[in-house]
Design a binder for this molecule. Structure first.
Ligand code: G3P
Ligand code: MG
Length: 249
């Protein structure tokens, strides 16, 4: 699996439904589907008792009714939080979803999933291991597997150790020394880069290394046109209202 690219859709909805619904909730995935999306990025970390669930931040305040570090609470408590009201009253009552629930949703609809492993700091290896093992257990054989990505190389090492056949991608927000060698060394199939880092020489270097190229978070039309002209495989966007994947297949 590591020698082939992930069959990447051109458009991927960021955090489930971009900015149209509360990020990393099942409601967001439903809004993404209603806009024609068939592939999704989401952020996954672990509860105190080791259950993988969707949340971007290390702490609960910004996007849920909870307080403090997510990693300090068990899933039973986290699953009762409100992850919708922060955005608008109409979303009140939307809970943070488990990874299991999101996988079941995607499999039922035949949608693709890019799981960003977003460990609580200090929990990188375990998070990579647990998330990868869960996805290997939950995903249906024969379906396009989920793509596991992370900024944290230790999380990708953990994912490789637990489920070596699942495709991995290194996320980069800056062009740090050795990022391309790191992606190769981790057996990645792709790099997911901040779109501002991507230019012709870097895309050529990634192609030379046999790696797929994805870009985040692409919200402006001129940025999308520039990246597609460079030959970027997939674009992760918040603006699911602006970019219509069905028209671009
Ligand atoms: O996976 C791409 C993108 O989601 C990475 O940044 O902070 O939005 O998770 P962030
Ligand atoms: Mg993310």
């Amino acid at each position: 699996m590591t020698s082939s690219r992930w069959p990447c859709p051109r458009w991927i909805a960021h955090r489930g439904g971009g900015t149209l619904a509360p990020e990393n909730t099942l409601a967001a995935f439903r809004v993404g589907a209603a806009h024609g999306y068939r592939a999704y990025e989401c952020d996954v970390k672990l509860s105190r008792d080791g259950l993988p669930f969707l949340l971007h931040d290390a702490t609960l305040e910004r996007t849920t009714s909870g307080q403090g570090r997510a990693a300090d609470q068990d899933w039973a408590a986290l699953s009762r939080l409100d992850a919708g009201r922060w955005m608008a009253p109409a979303w009140a009552g939307e809970p943070p979803p488990s990874l299991d629930a999101i996988v079941a949703h995607c499999l039922a609809l035949g949608h693709r999933l890019n799981v960003e492993i977003k460990p609580t700091p200090g929990d990188e290896v375990r998070t990579g291991e647990v998330v990868a093992a869960a996805l290997e257990r939950l995903w249906r054989p024969g379906e396009v597997p989920p793509l596991l990505s992370s900024f944290q190389t230790q999380a990708l090492e953990g994912a490789r150790a637990a489920a070596p056949a699942l495709p991995r991608a290194l996320l980069i927000d800056t062009a740090w020394d050795g990022w391309l060698d790191a992606a190769r060394g981790l057996g990645c199939v792709a790099v997911v880069a901040n779109h501002r880092l991507l230019d012709a020489p870097r895309v050529a270097a990634l192609r030379e290394a046999g790696l797929g190229v994805l870009a985040y978070t692409v919200n402006e039309t001129d940025d999308a046109q520039r990246l597609l002209a460079l030959g970027v495989d997939g674009l992760i966007t918040d603006r699911i209202d602006r970019f219509a994947p069905a028209l671009d297949a």
